[in-house]
Write a protein that binds this ligand. Structure first.
Ligand code: PEP
Ligand code: MG
Length: 894
């Protein structure tokens, strides 16, 4: 196996399309060399070597040393210099680079090959002592920290002390003698810490650096970055050993970073920074303030023109925005890196649309360029990126699972009731709970953001918050919440009710204080690109929405109907008149507490008008588009108040004792409520609930029809497991519906269908489809029941299951991205069997997966008719649906 790829003198072993093996940087260098751009010579050790290293207990492949030696010789021959030579030494940089760009996550060592002898040679050959010793101190510093792991701060402190003693600010003002002194100080420090002298042998230095780059692949930051960015399936990092060119030889030299377009706005302007008389790391580290490229154009017009030429050439060549690093050494330009540049979500849309319009890329490519996260991040407010990051670190209280991105600022409150009370006074609040339940929904609705100590990404808090596009952090396990004393604490820090906190749903951080937020405006390009996506996609996109307000947002986001209306959410909140919520809450609680059918019916009669009015609101907004309404689903105990004061108040209102409430709660208590009396089982046991809900739906539909609004209700039963069960529900549904329709003397088409949320239902889908007119896969529950993972608790340990350094059992959280091999198999089976019975069976998905790009692509492949996502995820689904078509075409071509 070949592990090392050479490039130099206009030729390269590798190519730009070999990113998997050579990493982005290695592939970019090889390609730039091939197309004749000025690139220093060097070689790339492939990612396969890194893969081998980690698979064999951190050992290199046997042949690697010989291969590296061979290519180093070649490099020495080409440059007519020798590594570590006492006269005119070759110096190299050793830099990481994986197939996907992970900026700043892995390591780099510059000026390698310097020692006490070669530094003298460098000084002589460049006639520049100051430069040579500056390079040397940088190398010793980088080697000590990156390869050996000594603390950076101690070395930085010494550098600062040196500059203070010299009364200079800039590194460029430090004379050679002082650098020489610093090098000996660094070396003494090295010896003291490691017990060994600093390595003088350049070969030892080289292998130390190669090892450090490999190791950085599994470093904490790199692993975290891959997890957050969902980067999987890579072999490792490549190592690029490249002849050093120097931007710090004097005022005719410099170094810079530039982008072929503006990475924040997407605008087609040359964007970048340049530092005179500096090495690359100075730009990144932000020690000195660099100049804009425009100024560089004035100072070095010839080099600038050449750089502009490179910009044009590379963007055309790669047909995408490039992020480039360059160095000017004594007036000569060298390109050190080119890679596809990272961009803000706004820029991603702008560039994709512009590049398509410029003819640089095709429409399909423009669609492929946008990631689900780009869409999501476009809409959420974020922490003001111009604020200094250091400030954040000292304010961090804790971190949890970043369930819904964006950011939120508000005063901490610890009960839903307080949240509502504070919000009614015009305060912005963050609701902090151990976990949330449906009775918290009012408080959740008025809160800016939600923070819970338990739960995962499909916990109640996360699902509800996502639906509203509200920042939410769950599973902040270190948080101790004392709702009674109205405070929380973590790491010894206490936050009491009313104190400001800020949530960053992007990374799950919780901060004290009020940090400024900005809400990005979706750019025009967003609408253009979404229109293109709709032209390409085949699968429909609906939304999960429970209220007219959500339905409106869903339409704005491009939804073509409602795929799931969770009717129980209506029991708790009057979204039109929040102050009247108490009426419906009491009615549902009265219904639950009733111990006779008559008493239950009486309570249900009170609920009927509320539900009917809510459905009318929903139908009005959707005006003719399909609306899937699911009957009651959660276990009843979730609707009863847990707070003693609220229990007391309820008892008083209903004219019963609190003891009666407690007794009823005790009766309803279940060891496994998720597997208990919930879903359609509620309507099997209490058919009067079904009667009320179906009545509300059908009466609302008839009312709308009379006002010229077209309605096609789809009545959906959750959690069915059997044809027999479904038949009972279907008969009951039709009996109520048909009776109302015939009495009203109208024609109203409606459908009766089911959710598929249990493996048994999927397995027996052919039988269920004899009764059900449509299926909607409830993949939240189907994942829970197929994998035997609690959707509310698994968040505690799933990170370990996913972490590539830990158990690495699953590639992703199955509650987020559908488990294609397992749950997916049941879905495919269910569709196939269902359609074997009923060829035109309408099939959709309404679990959280309907708004996640990879899962949407799966749904397309599985042949579903539509996906249904929370309103803010609708654009993600539209885009992913289009990408699925493009990917399918590519597969077929192959
Ligand atoms: C599901 O289980 O996927 C679903 C949509 O229902 P819920 O999340 O309300 O249980
Ligand atoms: Mg469900």
């Amino acid at each position: 196996m070949k592990y090392v790829y050479f490039f130099g003198a206009g030729k390269a072993d590798g190519r730009g399309d070999m990113k998997e093996s050579l990493g982005g940087k290695g592939a970019g260098l090889a390609e730039m060399m091939r197309i004749g751009l000025p690139v220093p010579a060097g070689f790339t050790i492939s990612t396969e070597a890194c893969d081998y290293y980690f698979k064999h207990g951190c050992k290199y492949p046997e042949e690697l040393r010989a291969e590296v030696a061979k290519h180093l010789k070649h490099l020495e021959k080409l440059t007519k210099k020798k590594l570590g030579d006492a006269q005119d030494p070759l110096l190299v940089s050793v830099r990481s680079g994986s197939a996907r760009s992970m900026p700043g996550m892995m390591e780099t060592i510059l000026n390698l090959g310097l020692n006490d002898k070669s530094v003298e040679g460098l000084a002589r050959s460049t006639h520049n002592d100051r430069f040579a010793y500056d390079a040397y101190r940088r190398f010793v510093q980088m080697y000590s920290t990156v390869v050996i792991g000594l603390a950076k701060e101690e070395l930085e402190d010494r550098l600062r002390a040196l500059k203070n003693s010299l009364k200079v600010k800039d590194d460029t003002a430090v004379p050679a003698e002082a650098w020489r002194h610093l090098v000996s100080e660094y070396k003494a420090h090295y010896k003291q810490k490691t017990g060994k002298p600093f390595p003088e042998d350049p070969e030892e230095q080289l292998w130390g650096a190669i090892g450090a780059v490999f190791e950085s692949w599994m470093g904490e930051k790199a692993v975290t970055y891959r997890r957050v960015e969902k980067i999987t399936g890579l072999l490792g990092t490549a190592v690029n050993v490249v002849q050093m060119v120097f931007g710090n030889t004097g005022d005719n030299s410099g170094t810079g970073v530039c982008f072929t377009r503006d990475p924040s706005t997407g605008e087609k302007t040359f964007f970048g920074d340049f530092l005179i008389n500096a090495q690359g790391e100075d730009v990144v580290a932000g020690i000195r303030t660099p100049m804009h490229l425009k100024e560089m154009a004035k100072l070095m017009p010839k080099v600038y023109r050449q750089l502009e030429g490179v910009r044009e050439r590379l963007e055309k060549h790669y047909r995408d925005m490039q992020d480039m690093e360059f160095t000017v050494e004594n007036g000569k330009l060298y390109m050190l890196q080119t890679r596809t540049g990272k961009r803000s979500p706004t820029a991603a849309f702008q560039m994709a649309v512009d590049m398509k319009n410029e003819g640089l890329i095709k429409l399909e490519e423009a669609l492929e360029r946008i990631k689900g996260e780009d869409v999501e991040r476009l809409f959420y407010p974020v922490l003001d990126p111009t604020l200094p990051r250091q400030e954040f670190a000292s304010r961090r209280i804790t971190t949890g699972i970043n369930a819904v991105p964006g950011a939120a600022v508000g005063k901490a409150v610890f009960t839903a009731g307080e949240a509502e009370a504070w919000a009614a006074r015009g305060e912005r609040v963050i609701l902090v709970r151990r976990e949330t339940s449906p009775e918290d929904v009012g408080g959740m609705f008025v809160a800016q953001g939600i923070l819970t100590a338990t739960g995962g990404k499909t916990s109640h808090a996360a699902v509800v918050a996502r639906g509203w596009g509200k920042c939410c952090i769950v599973g902040a396990e270190k948080l101790e919440i004392d709702a009674e004393k109205k405070r929380m604490s973590s790491n010894g820090r206490v936050v009491s009710e009313g104190e400001w906190i800020t949530l960053d749903g992007g990374d799950g951080s919780v901060y004290t204080g009020e940090i400024a937020l900005v809400r990005p405006e979706p750019p025009k390009a967003f609408a253009t690109l979404m229109k293109w996506a709709d032209q390409v996609r085949k699968i429909g996109v609906r939304a999960n929405a429970d209220t007219p307000h959500d339905a409106k947002v869903a339409l704005e986001m491009g939804a073509e109907g409602i795929g799931l209306c969770r009717t129980e959410h209506m029991f708790f909140k009057d979204f039109e008149h929040p102050e009247k919520s108490i009426e419906r809450q009491q009615a549902i609680q009265e219904m639950i507490l009733a111990d006779t059918v008559d008493a239950r019916r009486k309570a249900l009669d009170k609920l009927l008008p509320f539900q009917r009015r809510d459905f009318i609101g929903l139908f009005e907004v959707m005006n003719g588009l399909p609306v899937v309404i699911r009957l009651i689903d959660p276990p009843l105990h979730e609707f009863l108040p847990k707070d003693p004061a609220k229990q007391e108040a309820l008892a008083k209102d209903l004219g019963i004792t609190r003891e009666t409430i407690l007794r009823r709660m005790e009766q309803l208590k279940e060891a496994n409520p998720m597997l208990g009396l919930r879903g359609c089982r509620l309507c099997i046991i209490y058919p009067e609930i079904l009667e009320m809900q179906v009545r509300a739906i059908i009466e609302a539909a008839i009312d709308c029809q009379k006002h010229g609004i077209k309605v096609i209700p789809e009545i959906m039963h959750p959690l069915t497991l059997d044809k027999k069960e479904m038949k009972i529900l279907e008969v009951a549904t039709r009996r109520v519906a048909d009776d109302i329709i015939s009495k009203a003397k109208v024609k109203l088409p409606y459908f009766v269908g089911t959710m598929i949320e249990l493996p048994r239902a999927a397995l027996l889908a052919d039988e269920i489809a004899e009764v059900a007119e449509f299926f909607s896969f409830g993949t939240n529950d189907l994942t829970q029941t197929t994998m035997g993972l609690s959707r509310d608790d698994a968040g505690r340990f799933l990170p370990e299951y996913v972490d590539e350094r830990k158990a690495a059992i699953l590639p992703a959280d199955p509650f987020q991205s559908i488990d294609v091999p397992g749950v997916g198999m049941l879905v495919e089976w269910g569709i196939k069997r269902g359609r074997a019975t009923r060829p035109k069976l309408e099939v959709g998905i309404c679990g959280e997966h309907g708004g996640e790009a990879e899962s949407v692509k799966f749904c397309h492949r599985a042949g579903m008719d539509y996906v249904s996502a929370t309103p803010f995820c609708v654009p993600i689904a539209r885009l992913a649906a289009a990408q699925a078509v493009i990917e399918e075409k590519k597969r077929k071509r192959k």
